[in-house]
Ligand binder design. Structure first.
Ligand SMILES: O=C[C@H](O)COP(=O)(O)O
Length: 253
């Protein structure tokens, strides 16, 4: 089974009208994608975009967040059960913007991952180091700790349901992309870590995406690395032509 995936994270961009037009345009340009393609859309667009992709085996939708509790008095929040009932397959968890602006840490993200998996949602778990950590060459220690905490108490069967997105914070929205060597180095480290903790079969099957200024002109060389299984794409996923080019940069299995 192919490990590849290209996921777009629209963040807080696009109105419902714009979002629907964007999805239709991407699907017109790439009717048979060579990989799983996921649209990470704002909450208000989940149902409409799910309707557009339903029936297309290689297209799916991700929520950008969810609450760690099953239900209750949490005004403004969305539960895992609500997402599953709406047909949503994935949820992005632990994005650096939620860590920075909403104070999310790996202990909370661990609770969200467990809740998502119990409900039948597949987490796209984001991890990655800040610039000072990279400059001190401590990225493996820091990302290793993030994953260890976020995956704490999970079984190998549960971890096998997770997609990891390695997103160095210094590369997000900056136009500075990690080199293919930097990306491959960290993906290899993450895969070895998963193998040590959850077994080599889980590690071999795990999809590990790179995120941080992925563009049409760097996607192909990044995706050619043996442990880079695709991308989590921010800015470039908002333009149908660019996102289609990034999808096409994945080599068919
Ligand atoms: O979730 C996506 C990442 O934050 C990457 O964003 P970017 O492609 O705009 O750098």
């Amino acid at each position: 089974m192919s490990r590849t995936m290209v996921a777009g994270n629209w963040k807080m961009n696009t109105t419902p009208t714009q979002g629907t037009a964007l999805v239709k345009e991407v699907m017109n340009k790439v009717p048979n994608p060579p990989t799983k393609v996921v649209f990470g859309v704002p909450a208000i667009q989940l149902l409409a975009v799910q309707k557009l992709v339903s029936g297309h085996a290689n297209y799916a939708v991700a929520a950008q967040n969810m609450h760690q509790e099953e239900k209750g008095a949490y005004t403004g929040e969305t539960s895992a059960e609500m997402l599953v009932d709406a047909g949503i397959e994935y949820v992005i968890l632990g994005h650096s913007e939620r860590r920075d602006y909403d104070g999310e840490d790996d202990e909370l993200i661990n609770r969200k991952i467990i809740r998502a998996l119990e409900a039948g949602l597949k987490p796209i778990y984001c991890c990655g180091e800040k610039l000072d950590i990279r400059e001190a060459n401590n990225q493996e220690v820091v990302v290793g700790k993030q994953i260890e905490q976020a995956f704490s108490s999970l079984s190998p069967e549960q971890v096998a349901q997770i997609v990891i997105a390695y997103e160095p914070v210094w590369a997000i929205g900056t136009g500075v992309t990690a080199s293919k060597e930097q990306a491959q180095g960290m993906h290899d480290y993450i895969r070895r870590m998963i193998a040590n903790q959850f077994g080599s079969e889980v590690a071999k099957g795990m999809t590990i995406l790179y995120g941080g200024s992925v563009k049409p002109d760097n996607a192909e060389e990044l995706f050619a690395e043996p442990d880079v299984d695709g991308g989590l794409v921010g800015g470039a996923s908002l333009d149908a032509e660019n996102f289609a080019a990034i999808i096409r940069a994945i080599k068919p299995a």
